[in-house]
Write a new protein. Structure first.
Lengths: 287, 104
């Protein structure tokens, strides 16, 4: 049965990963995303989630573990915030170039300096060119939904790309909101097990990421670029399916713009919700 | 690139009709489905009264040599763009029929 809960963005991500039946989790602490791993480690320890919970020695190891697990055919989950996201920078291109659809939860945090614990998107935006699908949730509900949907989008054989599943640090990650958690059986029906076309298998050896020459390189770049040609259509299809399965939870193309507006602000993530709550701008403010 | 010479780029490109930005970098899934320099160049030209056609030529990726024939092909795409008034946001050299045809 679907149930209504009151979760922070961190808990929503953890329960989204649990309901997505992730098989390998790689963890290393940094605020504010740490809350996700705290929840997941409890779920694994309590026997509510059957998964390998691996501690990386840093974010570089974390992402390496995640895409290695993905190459071996496991649904893999990791995450980070702020400088942790940039420390793992080397590993993003191999994951995308290897077409390994692991997922990384991001709870955005400002880089150093300012070194405060504020929420700012520059951390993961630094990795925007590496070939990962990326998008922001504005509420715990969207965090939960995106965690499940991103796996199906990324693992789709037309796509096969890793995903940054982003939420604003603190404003979303640490503020609980009312959300709907779905029935496990229904999530299983929506998200079938990960079925990679070319998993590593000792009984059927294949080579992932072999050394090649410069004149062979651009073809691989083109394949990664072409993979993005289908992503928008796949997202539309999968969000429509999600809404069909679980009620109209997700707006397909935003909820603010309905053709009536003359001017438009385009905020990603948390400011979108704040702005929506503001409603009609008051005339006396000069809007 | 940083600081991007926004004013200087806008002023010099206001005098031409078509611009091809040769990119040896990629932004997968990015706004022009090509590299990063053409979108910044477009943004620099956004406020011009007469904006040139601006396109990305994705060439030399992975360290591949950019051949003389590829430069001719890029020039041909640009001169066609001036005639027709349009061009794709990006061309992946050696991988698009439209570009390959101009080699012959």
């Amino acid at each position: 049965m679907a149930k209504e809960v009151f979760y922070s963005g961190c808990a929503a991500a953890a329960y989204g990963a649990k309901d997505a039946r992730v098989e390998v989790i790689s963890s290393y602490p940094i605020r504010p995303y740490t809350g996700i791993m705290m929840e997941l480690s409890k779920l694994v320890a309590n026997g509510e989630l059957e998964a390998e919970f691996v501690l990386g020695e840093g974010e570089h190891a974390q992402v390496s573990i995640a895409y290695g697990a993905s190459a071996a055919g496991a649904r893999a989950y990791t995450g980070s915030s702020g400088v942790g996201v940039t420390y793992a920078m080397e590993c993003y291109s191999p994951a995308a170039g290897g077409r390994l659809p692991c997922q990384m939860a991001i709870a955005d945090r400002a880089l150093d300096p300012p070194g405060d614990f504020g929420s700012e998107h520059t951390d993961v935006m630094s990795a925007r060119d590496q070939g990962w699908i990326m998008g922001w949730a504005e509420s715990p509900q969207e965090v939960y939904d995106n965690t499940i949907m991103y796996y199906r989008i990324g693992e789709d054989h037309r796509v096969q790309l890793p995903q940054f599943c982003c939420q604003d640090g603190y404003f979303v990650s640490h503020i609980p909101g009312k959300m709907q958690m779905e029935d496990q059986k229904a999530v299983d029906d929506f998200l079938p097990p990960y079925n990679p076309p070319h998993p590593l298998n000792p009984n059927k050896p294949i080579n992932h990421g072999p050394q090649i020459f410069p004149d062979q390189g651009s073809a691989i770049n083109v394949q990664r670029a072409v993979a993005f040609d289908d992503v928008e259509a796949v997202i539309e299809e999968i969000v429509t399916d999600y809404n069909k399965a679980f009620g109209q939870l997700q707006p397909l193309r935003g909820r603010v713009y309905d053709g009536r507006c003359r001017d438009l602000l385009l905020p990603p993530g948390r400011p979108r919700q704040d702005g929506t709550l503001c409603g009609e701008p008051p005339a006396q403010k000069g809007c | 690139m940083r600081p991007f010479p926004t004013q200087a780029v806008a002023e010099s490109l206001s005098k031409v009709k078509a611009v091809g930005v040769i990119e040896t970098n990629t932004s997968y899934g990015g706004v022009s489905r090509g590299g990063n320099i053409a979108p910044e160049t477009r943004a620099a030209c956004y406020n011009l009264d007469n904006r040139p056609i601006i396109t990305s030529f994705m060439a030399g990726l992975g360290g591949e040599i950019v051949t003389l024939n590829e430069f001719y092909a890029m020039a041909r795409v640009l001169s066609d763009a001036v005639k027709t008034g349009k061009a794709n946001d990006s061309y992946w050299m050696n991988f698009e029929k439209e570009v390959l045809d101009t080699h012959s």
